[in-house]
Design a protein around this ligand. Sequence first.
Ligand SMILES: Cc1cc2nc3c(=O)[nH]c(=O)nc-3n(C[C@H](O)[C@H](O)[C@H](O)COP(=O)(O)OP(=O)(O)OC[C@H]3O[C@@H](n4cnc5c(N)ncnc54)[C@H](O)[C@@H]3O)c2cc1C
Ligand SMILES: O=C([O-])CC(=O)C(=O)O
Length: 358
Amino acid sequence: MKQGRSSSGFLPAGPQSMSKPRIAVIGAGLIGLSAAVCISETIPTCSVTIISDEFTPNTTSDVAAGMLIPHTYPGTPIYQQKQWFKETFDYLFAINNSSEAPSAGISLVSGWQIFKTSSSAELPFWSDIVLGFRAMTEMELKKFPQYRFGQAFTTLKCDCPSYLLWLEKRLKGNGGEVHAKRIANLWDLQNNYDIVVNCTGIGSRQLIGDLKIYPVRGQVLKVHAPWLNHFIRDGDGLSYIYPGIHNVTLGGTREKGSWNLSPDPNISKDIFDKCCALEPSLQKAQDIKVRVGLRPSRLAVRLQKEILVQGEKKLPVVHNYGHGSGGFSMHWGTAKEAARLVGECIATLQDSLSKAKL
Ligand SMILES: Cc1cc2nc3c(=O)[nH]c(=O)nc-3n(C[C@H](O)[C@H](O)[C@H](O)COP(=O)(O)OP(=O)(O)OC[C@H]3O[C@@H](n4cnc5c(N)ncnc54)[C@H](O)[C@@H]3O)c2cc1C
Ligand SMILES: O=C([O-])CC(=O)C(=O)O
C-alpha cells in the first residue's frame, strides 16, 4: 500500500441513484489530477475518486520541465489549442499572483527561444498569450554567436512534483479520494462508479488498445544552479535550460517509439555539453540528477465521450489523454473540457433514470 493512499477496499458500496454521481478518474499524473480537481470544483454534487498505479514522484509528469511553451498537435484545430493554452495560462497566472505560488510551485520565468536561421522561426499561435513576446535585440543575440534570430518572452513554469502534490491536496480538501490500483479493464469499475474519466496517458495504449498513442522518450538533467533565472531554448527543441524554484532542467531528447526508461550516460553528457555551450556557467552546476520520461504522444489529444456497451450494461467514459510534449501548457484547458463532458454524461444518466421511473 502506498503511503497516505488506500490500496484495498477502494470500491464504495454506494447507492445506485444519481443524487451523488460517482466519478472515477484513472491516472494520477498531471492530467488525472487536474481533471479530478476541476470536476470536484465545477460539479460539487458528485464524488471524485482517483485510481492510479503510480503517483508523484513516479509519473511522466514528474520528469517534465513544466514550461508553458506549447507544442502544436497537428490533429487538433489551432483555435482549440489556443483556447486550452489561454485557459491554462490565465489559471496558473492567477495562482502565481497569490500566496499559494510557492507551495504550488508556480513561477514566472523570462528568457529566449533562439534559432540558427530566421526562416525557421514562425510567429507562434501562442505569442499573444505569453507576456511581452518580441523579437530579440542585436545586443541580446550577442550572447549566442551561433544563432541568427530569437524570440524573447515571459511565461510560467511549474515545479512538477510540487504542483502535483498541491493538486492532490486540493482534491482531498474538496472531499476527493485517492486509491492505488492498476486497472486492467474499465468494466471492472462499472458496479461502483457511474462515469469513468480516462487520464492514463501512455497507459491508454494497453488499457483501451489505442494504437494511435506512442511514446516519445525524453531524457533530462535536473541540476542545482540557483544563479540562473533566464530560460534558453533552442528552437529545434533539442537543447533547453529551464530554471525553476527548486532546480534547473536541462534537456533534451525526443526519441519517437522508444520505451526505454533507463538513463543513457552518453546522452546525459551530450545534453550537459550542449547546455554548457549555451550557458557556460552551467559548468559549475551541482547535484546532477538524470530523469527519463515517455511523452504520451498522439496526432491529436483525445478529449471526448464514449459510451461503452456490454449487453444491457452501459459505461460512460470521458477520455482525456495524449498530451505529448504539451501537458503542462494545456492541462487546465483540457481539464475544463473534461469536466464539461462529465456534466453532459451526468445529465444523460439523470434523464434516463427519470424516464425509467415513468
Ligand atoms: C522530458 C520531458 C519534458 C517535458 N517538458 C514539458 C514541458 O516543459 N511543458 C509541457 O507542457 N509538457 C512537458 N512534457 C510533457 C508532459 O510531461 C506530459 O504531457 C504530461 O506529463 C502528460 O501527463 P499525463 O497525466 O497524461 O501522463 P502521466 O504523467 O504519465 O500520468 C498517467 C497516469 O496514469 C496512470 N496509469 C496508466 N495506466 C494505468 C492503469 N491501467 N491503471 C491505473 N493507472 C494507470 C499512471 O500510473 C500515471 O499516474 C515533458 C515530458 C517529458 C518526458
Ligand atoms: O520542448 C520543450 O521546450 C520542453 C518540452 O515540452 C519537452 O521536452 O517535451
